[in-house]
Design a protein around this ligand. Structure first.
Ligand SMILES: [Zn+2]
Ligand SMILES: [Zn+2]
Length: 361
């Protein structure tokens, strides 16, 4: 059997060699040869023009989605002012309802100590909301200095063609690099970065606190107002005055708005609190997760060099150096600068050696 196969394979190999030889020596017509050469030359030209050492599937996807990114960036850029006006108008409407509708009602029913407590708490909360919002929208997030050769950088921004220090990222809406960029916030019409990150978080926290206070404190008034509105279409119709009807609707509006904002903003604040506890920004969260998975596949452990431990992360973030600062810098309006310059990231001197060695895993 093996002999029969070898007899058949021998002539087959010979035929194949002859065919290849003929094919190799076959000469193409001059016109076809010219066309093939031009086609090859064109391919080389096109490849050399499109060559990019950073190219890959991510670049191709980015390029395909570029028109959508452009549209979203421009919509957010131009709608920023509208969002800021919306925040101011909605917050002012709640304050106006509290003064014009809620205050006359509680003045008749609440005891003096209870009134005093509400008066001091509500005004303290309102002052902190207004202060932190104003600071968050007016404080620049911090930008890398131009033309300095002495700073430590980790890469070059592909958009600005400028050196980027560690934790710096390019904002496509502001169209510039931002130090320790967290995200671009349309509600602030500003980037959240090194110099205004604390103002942003404090605003979210105190606004959530204020909304919880308003919706919890006005629960009884809301129920009464809602019940009264349901009787509007009864026969005979109830004898509510115009002022009473406006008060009912205002209380329902106040409760629904504050409850919705408390839920949505509360979730956002909780998420940012988790990130701050881990010594990460929103952007670093994604980068670190990918890096953690990459190193895990190689059997190595990822270490976040900006994580000093939960408590020290909060102290660095809030700028708390002494125990007294929890009162003067956190619970009262304070415009102190954050630690560091946003370019080099040495831990503050009071961070203990133990904390400095604690790295996130
Ligand atoms: Zn840039
Ligand atoms: Zn921005």
């Amino acid at each position: 059997m093996r002999g029969q196969w070898s007899l058949l394979l021998g002539p087959a190999r010979l035929c194949l060699r002859l065919l290849l030889l003929l094919g190799y020596r076959r000469r193409r017509p001059p016109l076809l040869r010219g066309l093939v050469q031009r086609w090859r030359y064109g391919k080389v030209c096109l490849r050399s023009l499109l060559y990019n050492s950073f190219g890959g599937s991510d670049t191709a996807v980015d390029a395909a989605f570029e028109p959508i990114y452009w549209l979203v960036d421009n919509v957010i850029r131009w709608c920023g002012v509208v969002f800021v006006v919306l925040v101011i108008v909605l917050t002012s409407s709640i304050v106006a309802i509290a003064y014009l509708c809620v205050l006359p009602l509680i003045l008749q029913t609440y005891s003096v100590p209870r009134l005093c407590w509400h008066f001091f708490y509500s005004h303290w909360n309102l002052i902190l909301i207004v202060f932190h919002y104003y600071q968050a929208i007016t404080t620049p997030p911090g930008y890398p200095p131009q033309g300095r050769n002495d700073m430590t950088t980790v890469s070059i921004c592909k958009k600005c063609i400028n050196p980027k220090p560690a934790r710096t990222h390019h904002c496509s809406i502001c169209n510039r690099c931002v130090l320790k960029m967290d995200h671009h916030c349309p509600w602030l019409n500003n980037c959240v970065g090194h110099y205004n990150h604390r103002y942003f978080f404090s605003f979210c926290f105190f606004m959530t606190l204020g909304c919880v206070y308003c919706s919890y404190g006005s629960w009884d008034l809301f129920r009464e107002a809602y019940a009264a509105i349901e009787t509007y279409h009864q026969t005979p119709p109830p004898t509510f005055s115009f002022r009473e009807r406006v008060t009912h609707k205002s209380l329902v509006y106040l409760w629904f708005l504050c409850s919705s904002v408390a839920l949505a903003l509360g979730a956002l604040t909780a998420w940012h609190a988790v990130l701050i506890s881990r010594g990460e920004t929103s952007i670093e969260r994604h980068i670190n997760r990918k890096e953690r998975q990459r190193l895990q596949a190689k059997g190595r452990v990822f270490r976040n060099h900006y994580n000093y431990g939960c408590l020290d992360n909060w102290k660095v973030f809030l700028g708390v150096d002494t125990g007294r600062h929890w009162l003067t810098r956190v619970l009262l309006p304070s415009s102190h600068l954050p630690h560091g310059n946003g370019i080099s990231w040495d831990p503050p001197p009071w961070v203990t050696a133990h904390s400095a060695s604690v790295m996130a895993v």
